[in-house]
Design a protein around this ligand. Sequence first.
Ligand SMILES: [Zn+2]
Length: 290
Amino acid sequence: MPPPDAAPAANRPADPAGSGARSRLLGPGDPPPFELHHVTGRARALLVCDHASRAFPRALGRLGLPDEATWRHIAWDIGAAELTRALSRRLDAPAVLAGYSRLVVDCNRRLEDPSCFVTAGDGQRVPGNEGLDEAERHARAAACHEPYHKAIAARLHEFHVRGVVPALIAVHSFTPVLGRDARPWNVGVLWDHDPRIALPLLARLRAEPRLVVGDNQPYSGRHPADYTIDHHAESAGLPHVCLEVRQDELLTPAGIARWAEILGRALADILADGGLYRVYEARGTRAGGG
Ligand SMILES: [Zn+2]
């Protein structure tokens, strides 16, 4: 049962200036700020893909980038959207995918985090993100970041209304080389306190032949800047995991299908355990300073 003031609040724009800013930034030819996929999925899980898109609002051009740069990892997670959609069908679970490039606003960062709007990365300057003022940051947040996260919250709320504690699964991809460091992992499983999906998933993936599996590699689920899992799942004690697949594995439809099969098979076993769908009781016992 929602609190008594929940309904009026839901009907009221949370931020009237924000909706105005959104209408100023996104035009009729621009894609929506999020994509809902397989909304009729019956699994007790929601897939999310923060870095699904390399789209830019027309009003921003390409932030001064050459077209070539917008196809690289700096702009999006290559192959992650297709993998999310394929996994969504495979697991019969709904998915929410972000509609704009992480360079417009990084949906896996808190809006207060400076890395929400990166000015350079992977040897590439992002001229359109230099010297952003408060109004410009606000307009991007209102147009892209907030609608995406509201869409995730709305899907999670639908589970809660049905009395279900859902699992949240985030899908990302990473570059084979960062700087001078080669990354040997084919896939990484990122997690922090709640091991309920991560540990059995690591065990299943490690049982696959010829896979190099990263445990909190190439990134750590303990990274303090991560937002989506922390905000929507960890804070509520929802079972969750963050997946990272190396992007060179996801360049072809066959590669996408292979990874949807590998991850789908492993996750289906774990998601079939009815004991998973409970609020994690050990939450709030942060061990480290990160
Ligand atoms: Zn990502």
